[in-house]
Design a protein around this ligand. Structure first.
Ligand SMILES: Cc1cc2nc3c(=O)[nH]c(=O)nc-3n(C[C@H](O)[C@H](O)[C@H](O)COP(=O)(O)OP(=O)(O)OC[C@H]3O[C@@H](n4cnc5c(N)ncnc54)[C@H](O)[C@@H]3O)c2cc1C
Length: 566
């Protein structure tokens, strides 16, 4: 084989998994090349909320919300049973060291919010805070003209032509005249944005996943780690049972790149490939993706062609959001509306089918589970005018005025009617049942106990509700016309099915033996959570930790204790 270029470690995909792996490899003094098929870094990571789930970290202790790995182990036992034990232990044991290494030597920094509960907060060993860490905001100006290399967030996460809005910014921006502090904070944000727009195409105050990507990218630049853009993995080259290199399309040239030590696949899984999704979950009518369009399973397919086994033994093949659609815009209903008081979700029968304040993934799980009995794709989120005023719904901001409402009605995104029967006729659901469902829901709102589905029954539910609403922060009557509805569909955020790996992210063949020189991280690797969405950050957290473990293994460092099932 004639090679065009040789490095120690060749990494495909500049998202969370790939950029972390490149940083760790560089910190270990390895000669590394990061190949990215587009002309921007970030992949789905850049459009994400950027939360990482890593139990027992020193960052959580530092921020006053300590967490114990033993508790996380109990929690995972309750959530997923004795599955993926080797990966799970590898993840739990290496998590704190991986985070400390990044924080000590790079600009990738996190904070542990005072409250960020696991999604099934009624399970033993659950944490209400300390496991989910958020990236610190990042000043994109530090990247100079390379700021354009950071893939922007999805449009609904920005306002005023490109200003990112984090959860903590929302109260200031909604009520700028509510207090002096609000006014100062809102003015600072707006002034900064106005100044940014003189020099940049969008705001440079980055939060959430965009801040995470900005920090990873900045740190890679600081360490002079080379990134080859427009460099697409085509296939892996194997010799004597070991992966030696790859065929890569770089621009319009096909090249062969040799990896002296290892290739790390980090191309983001196949969340945007509906054909592959159907192959692994034929019964789920999934037509939409919130994952970045480039998540087409390139690494997954190349790994499989090189002999990698596919681990498809998951409760669900992917992780999902309920999304509303308006033209090209796919809005994930993550936490701003479903859990708030005064909203229900109904199926075609006009009946509720789920605790609306459960996690986005559990919401979709209920959609898919019940769809064959009573169609709920789409499901309809139903509320009244006061709900939109107080909380907004989907693309409509809280306090949305007449003009905003009329615009979305004209688009067909929002449905409006003076009576529930009329609304039901518009959205094609059973009217009598809808009236009965709303009456029943309103009764629960009075008592504060949702006897049907337990809305507001867990700490996680309540966290996303409205603490000012009594007695249940997630329940209040739907009673003042006009009534509104928005359709939501299952939408893939990322895949769980992936290449089978061991605790060091080595890709395994059908016999369970590692394929020499080949690793997979991020969504190219099968999820250790086996299709159960246990808490915020369960794809980005493992992407970071397994990038660390992979590089430690490549560098043959004996820093990590052997994995012993706990
Ligand atoms: C709205 C939203 C919010 C989310 N919030 C969170 C959250 O808070 N926490 C969490 O854990 N998860 C979250 N997720 C999911 C999470 O973003 C993804 O699971 C994660 O980003 C996947 O990381 P990755 O490194 O595997 O892939 P990506 O970040 O998608 O990166 C893959 C990269 O590989 C490149 N690539 C693809 N094919 C090739 C090829 N052939 N050659 C070279 N390069 C290639 C792509 O262009 C891309 O840049 C969210 C998702 C969405 C949509």
């Amino acid at each position: 084989m004639r090679w065009d270029r040789e490095v120690d470690v060749l990494i495909f995909g500049a998202g969370m998994g790939g950029m972390c792996a490149a940083l760790f490899a560089s910190l270990d003094g390895l000669d590394v090349l990061l190949c990215e098929k587009t002309d921007q870094v970030g992949g789905t990571t850049s459009t994400s909320a950027g939360t990482i789930w890593i139990p027992g970290s020193n960052q959580a202790k530092r921020d006053g919300v300590p967490d114990k790995i033993g508790d996380a182990r109990r929690f995972l036992d309750a959530e997923i049973g004795p599955r993926a034990l080797e990966q799970r232990e590898a993840f739990l044991q290496a998590g704190p060291a991986a985070l400390d290494t990044l924080e000590a030597s790079t600009d990738v920094k996190f904070v542990a919010p005072p409250m960020h509960p696991d999604y099934h907060s009624n399970q033993p060993g659950r944490a209400l805070a300390g496991r989910a860490l958020a990236p610190l905001p990042f000043d994109g100006r530090l990247l100079g003209k390379d700021f354009d290399r950071v893939r922007p967030p999805i449009a609904p996460f920005m306002v005023l032509g490109g200003m990112m809005v984090g959860k903590l910014d929302i109260p200031y921006l909604l009520k700028p005249f509510g207090s002096v502090a609000n006014f100062m904070a809102a003015s600072k944000l707006l002034l900064r944005h106005a100044t940014d727009r003189l020099r940049f195409k969008r705001g440079t105050r980055l939060v959430m996943g965009n801040a995470l990507v900005g920090r990873l990218f900045y740190s890679l630049r600081q360490r002079n780690v080379p990134i080859e853009y427009g460099a697409k993995l085509v296939e892996l080259v194997k010799s004597n049972g070991r992966v030696e290199g790859a065929v890569v399309d770089i621009g319009d040239k096909r090249q062969t790149l040799r990896a002296r030590r290892a290739i790390i696949l980090a191309t983001g899984g196949f969340g945007a490939d509906t054909k592959l999704q159907k192959q692994y979950n034929a019964n789920a009518p999934i037509e939409h993706a919130t994952a970045f369009a480039g998540a087409t399973g390139d690494g997954f397919k190349a790994g499989q062609a090189a002999g990698g086994a596919i681990d498809a033994n998951h409760m669900m093949d992917s992780f999902y959001f309920p999304s509303s659609l308006n033209g090209e815009i796919n809005f994930p209903h993550i936490l701003l509306d479903r859990a708030k008081p005064g909203l229900i979700a109904v199926n075609k029968d006009g009946r509720r089918f789920v605790n609306e304040s459960n996690s986005y993934h559990d919401f979709v799980e209920a959609m898919l589970r019940t769809n064959s009995v009573s169609p709920c794709i789409p499901a309809w989120l139903v509320c009244d005018r006061s709900f939109i005023r107080d909380y907004g719904i989907g693309l409509l901001h809280p306090g949305a005025g007449r003009r905003e409402i009329e615009r979305y009605i004209a688009d067909g995104y929002l449905k409006r009617a003076e009576t529930l029967m009329e609304l039901a006729a518009q959205i094609g659901v059973d009217g009598r049942n809808l009236v009965r469902t709303v009456q029943e829901h309103n009764r629960y709102a009075e008592t504060g106990v949702d006897e049907a589905f337990g809305k507001g029954g867990t700490e996680y539910n309540q966290f996303n509700g409205d603490p000012a609403n009594k007695p249940n922060p997630c329940l209040r009557p739907i009673q003042h016309a006009p009534y509104f509805a928005v359709a939501v569909y299952p939408s893939t955020m990322g895949t769980c099915v992936g290449l089978a790996t061991d605790g060091d992210a080595r890709v395994l063949d059908e016999r369970g033996e590692p394929i020499g020189g080949l690793y997979a991280v991020g969504n190219d690797m099968a999820s250790l959570f086996r299709g159960v969405y246990v808490g915020p950050g369960i794809t980005l957290g493992p992407a970071l930790v397994f990038a660390y473990r992979a590089v430690m293994d490549v560098a043959s460092k004996a820093r990590l204790a052997p994995v012993v099932p706990g």
